[in-house]
Design a protein around this ligand. Structure first.
Ligand code: NQM
Length: 292
């Protein structure tokens, strides 16, 4: 087991910022536990266990109320670990699944009953072997009512993906804003291209997440704050926020989750923006059946 990776902080600090009541960490994952939920044979990384108890303890420590658990690539298309975590959350978690595109209606309904509200298409070559757009589109056309598609890609393929994204008939949520180079600033090429994408449809949402992945200047991630704050201000009803715990593949630059939470008032400086990004927007996407 010596090859298994730990990518999360052992003792994250308590954030100075206190999230509002009902705040949602809308991008996090669970790993295993492996004995119960083995990793996929195609996994590109083999993490230590990071199960629901750890996730919910972190949620409470950081001052959040709920989680959206996104199926990580190391579990492939077997969503059992994600569903188990949701089932253990006492209604405080919903999820995003990764599915075999050939999945049938009955199986999708089972996922819905287990708290899944979207599916994720991952286009990162270092994480998945293939990303068949035609099959992805087919399954996107048959999702249960109220579901959306989460897409993960890097800035250099945004243009190539535009026709595909245009064809998706449900709302889109873009992971980590399509990974712009934040050192270019808010008017840089990547942010301009991302804004152009947001202008094509009013049902494209984004996660204002992952300063640790996107800002190589390191904590306190000033380039990220400078580049992302104007985006949140201009699209206050389309942004989500999440920790990205347990930070897959970040073992060489593990972020302190308390510091990640302290980024929130820097990109969403007013109580109104914070309430929309942390409470109202995720409630619309993930708890629509319960009201906000
Ligand atoms: O967790 C993230 O959002 C980002 C990841 C991991 C991932 O997406 C996955 O394993 O599915 C990454 O860039 O390595």
């Amino acid at each position: 087991m010596s090859d298994r990776i730990t990518s999360w902080h052992a003792a994250p600090s308590k954030p100075r910022y206190t999230p509002p009541a009902g705040a949602v960490d809308a991008h996090c994952h669970v790993f295993g536990p492996m004995a119960q939920f083995p990793f996929s044979g195609k996994a590109k990384y083999l993490p230590e266990d990071a199960g629901p108890e750890q996730l919910f303890a972190l949620r409470d420590h950081l001052g959040f109320d709920r989680n959206v658990i996104v199926q990580a690539s190391c579990h492939g298309t077997d969503n059992a670990a994600t569903l188990d975590a949701i089932a253990r959350s006492n209604g405080k978690a919903r999820g995003v699944a990764v599915v075999d595109p050939a999945i049938g209606k009955a199986e999708l309904q089972k996922l819905h009953d287990g708290g899944i509200r979207g599916i994720r298409f991952n286009f990162l070559k270092r994480l998945v072997d293939d990303a068949p757009k035609d099959k992805f589109l087919e399954v996107a056309r048959h999702l249960p009512q109220g579901w959306h598609v989460v897409i993960y890609f890097e800035a250099d393929i945004l243009e190539e993906l535009r026709p595909f994204m245009t064809a998706i008939p449900v709302p889109l949520v873009i992971d980590h804003m399509g990974r712009p180079d934040v050192s270019q600033g808010t008017d840089g090429r990547d942010m301009r291209a991302f804004r152009a994408l947001l202008e094509t449809r009013d049902d494209i949402w984004f996660k204002a997440t992952c300063p640790d992945r996107l800002d190589s200047s390191g904590d306190p991630w000033n380039d990220f704050a400078r580049s992302v704050a104007p985006l949140v201000a201009d699209y206050p009803d389309r942004c989500l926020w999440g920790t990205d715990w347990p930070h897959p593949n970040m073992q060489d630059a593990i972020p302190d989750d308390g510091h990640l939470v302290d980024m929130i008032p820097r990109i969403a400086p007013t109580a109104d923006l914070q309430r929309r990004m942390l409470v109202e927007n995720p409630a619309r996407l993930y708890w629509a059946d319960k009201g906000t």
